[in-house]
Each structure stands twice: as structure tokens, then as C-alpha cells.
Ligand binder design. Structure first.
Ligand SMILES: Nc1nc2c(ncn2[C@@H]2O[C@H](COP(=O)(O)OP(=O)(O)OP(=O)(O)O)[C@@H](O)[C@H]2O)c(=O)[nH]1
Ligand SMILES: [Mg+2]
Length: 310
């Protein structure tokens, strides 16, 4: 049961990031109750999802799970954050991470992972889902069910028998199929839907791969699966129905497609030259190592993400 969802209308705390006040020129800030602490973390990346976010969060709350919802909003001009702030007054288990620019889906998801991993007691499982209602909240317990059985990564798959996409244009279907075919070249595992954003990760897996995640945009979905497979993690898919968004606009642009293709090429290149890469990077170790704490469970997000995390 959700012990944190309570009607608490005051005392929302602003958590400072990297010691900077939210009013200064920093990377972002988190609002919510510092004491949130649950078995499940859920990351909702948002950019202009004002039309969808309230209904989605209320449906997730109605599942009555022991869950902390972390919205990562890139200062959406449509007021998405204010809707989340209002929901925070009703539910005590919502955190709002406002980033001060549109930094991309990939960094939103990794910032979400890092936020949860920085908790004194991180959740056991972390779910990611789109905030545009394409993913059905009722599927969350199905993902969790397999995660509880020991799977490190459970993917909601549109392309397994029983899964489907609804109301997607032929062009979107084609783009998705091409993206999945390209992904299979670098992933080399029998996964039908590598680009699905509806997933459940074990914290155990995220601790192992967090330092390998550098995606800016949609290629994060491939990067995470690739790293999970490389670490020999248990990956499983379950069929889902993906419904095309009814409200709001898609954020998938040519830039995201370019970044995706560039990641596939880079990964292919890295795998091909992995031996020489290892030798090269060992020689240049200081540039590779993280300046943040070596203990993943202990770091804080700082003001300038890329300087610190890469
Ligand atoms: N924080 C953040 N969220 C983003 C960004 N880009 C996309 N998102 C969110 O990521 C999720 C997926 O984006 P969508 O635009 O729905 O992408 P898509 O599902 O491929 O495209 P659709 O056809 O519109 O469904 C949504 O919840 C978006 O609001 C971004 O730059 N920053
Ligand atoms: Mg979408």
C-alpha cells in the first residue's frame, strides 16, 4: 500500500543540488519531501505534457503501490511543472526535478536514475515510462511482478506476440522497426523491442551501468539495453499495447533520429575496436574516471552535469 500518499498541503521542501540555491544559475532543482522512501521508483520525463500529466499520475497513484514518482521536467513552457506541484499538495510521494533547459530524454532518464541512486535507501526497482499516456499504468504491476522474480530489466514490448501499437502512422511504425533492426546489430541478443521506453530496472543493474550512460536523447533506450546485456543481466520482455498519444505533441525530431544513428555507429565502432579502446582508455584513465564519489549510492547531482559525470 502507498503509505506516503497523504493529503499534505504545506511544507514542500526544495532540495538544493550541488550546494547551489535553486535561484542561482544551476542545472536544476528538486522539489518534494526529502523523506520519500519507497520500494519502487518511477521516472516520468516530461516536456510539454500538461495535457496528460495529471490523469497519468492520478492513475498511477490509484494503483496503491509503495512508489515514489519522480517527474523530470525540462522547464516545459506549457506549465507541466505547476500541475505536478499541485499534485504534490495531494500526494506526498511525488518529486519534481526541474531542469533549467531542454536537455533531452536521455539525460532526463539518467538524471532520474542518479536521483534515486543517491537516496540513502534507493528503491529496489526503478520504472521508466512516457508521460503521454502511450504506456498503460495498469501494466506497471506486470513489469514489477517479473522484476520481483529476479529479472534485472523487464521491457514492455510492442513486438512480442500479444503486444501491439495502436493508431500509429505507417511512418512511425516503419521508423520504429528500422530503429529496432539497427539496434539488434549492436545488442546481439534476442530482444524484440529495444526502443521501448516502458521498463523496469533493478537498482542492482543500474548501479553496475550508471557510469556507462552518456546518451542525450532517445538512444538512451538502446544504450541501457546494450549495457545490461554486456553485464550479463537477466532481461525479459512482456507484451504491451502502446497507444499513440492523443494529446500533446511528439518530441521526436530529426535531431533525435540523428543522435540515435550516431550512437549505433559509435557503439558498433567501439565493439569492433574494443581491444584497442581498452588499451587507449587505460592510458588516459584520469579523463575517464568519475569525479563524483565512487560510491554510487552516495553521490549528489551537481550544477553542471556533463563536467561532473563524464
Ligand atoms: N524531460 C524531458 N522529457 C522529454 C524530452 N523529450 C521527450 N521527453 C518526454 O519523453 C517521453 C517520450 O517522448 P515522446 O514525444 O512521447 O516521444 P515518442 O513517444 O517517441 O513520440 P510520440 O509519437 O509523440 O509518442 C514523453 O513523456 C516526453 O514528454 C526532453 O528533452 N526532456
Ligand atoms: Mg510518446
Amino acid at each position: 500500500m502507498n503509505t506516503q500518499a497523504s493529503s499534505c498541503s504545506s511544507n514542500l521542501e526544495i532540495m538544493e543540488i550541488g550546494g547551489l540555491s535553486p535561484k542561482t544559475n544551476c542545472y536544476g532543482y528538486i522539489e518534494g519531501y526529502k523523506s520519500v522512501n519507497s520500494e519502487i521508483g518511477l521516472i516520468l520525463p516530461t516536456y510539454c505534457e500538461a495535457a496528460n500529466i495529471r490523469k497519468l499520475i492520478e492513475e498511477i497513484e490509484n494503483l496503491n503501490l509503495n512508489i515514489t514518482i519522480l517527474v523530470i521536467d525540462d522547464s516545459s513552457p506549457d506549465g507541466t511543472a505547476n500541475i505536478v506541484r499541485n499534485l504534490q499538495k495531494k500526494y506526498g510521494n511525488i518529486l519534481l526535478f526541474t531542469r533549467l533547459g531542454k536537455y533531452g530524454l536521455g539525460t532526463a532518464i539518467t538524471d532520474g536514475f542518479k536521483t534515486f541512486l543517491s537516496f540513502k535507501k534507493p528503491p529496489r526497482n526503478i520504472i521508466t515510462m512516457d508521460a503521454d499516456y502511450s504506456h498503460n499504468p495498469k501494466d506497471i504491476p506486470r513489469l514489477l511482478n517479473l522484476a520481483e522474480k529476479g529479472y534485472d530489466l523487464v521491457i514492455g514490448s510492442r513486438y512480442l506476440p500479444g503486444g501491439k501499437t495502436e493508431n500509429w502512422s505507417p511512418v512511425r511504425i516503419m521508423l520504429s522497426k528500422i530503429a529496432n533492426s539497427l539496434s539488434s546489430v549492436i545488442i546481439r541478443a534476442r530482444i524484440k523491442d529495444c526502443t521501448s521506453g516502458f521498463r523496469c530496472y533493478s537498482t542492482r543493474l543500474l548501479k553496475k551501468i550508471i557510469r556507462e550512460l552518456h546518451s542525450q536523447t532517445y538512444e538512451i533506450q538502446i544504450e541501457t539495453v546494450r549495457q545490461a546485456v554486456k553485464k550479463g543481466s537477466l532481461v525479459r520482455e512482456i507484451p504491451i499495447t502502446f497507444a499513440n498519444r492523443k494529446l500533446g505533441k511528439s518530441k521526436l525530431t530529426l535531431n533525435e533520429i540523428k543522435q540515435f544513428i550516431s550512437y549505433i555507429l559509435k557503439a558498433q565502432f567501439e565493439d569492433f575496436f574494443s581491444v584497442s579502446k581498452r588499451v587507449y582508455f587505460n592510458k588516459h584513465k584520469p579523463y575517464l574516471s568519475y569525479t563524483i564519489s565512487q560510491d554510487v549510492s552516495n553521490f549528489t547531482i551537481r550544477s553542471k552535469r556533463d563536467e561532473i559525470n563524464t
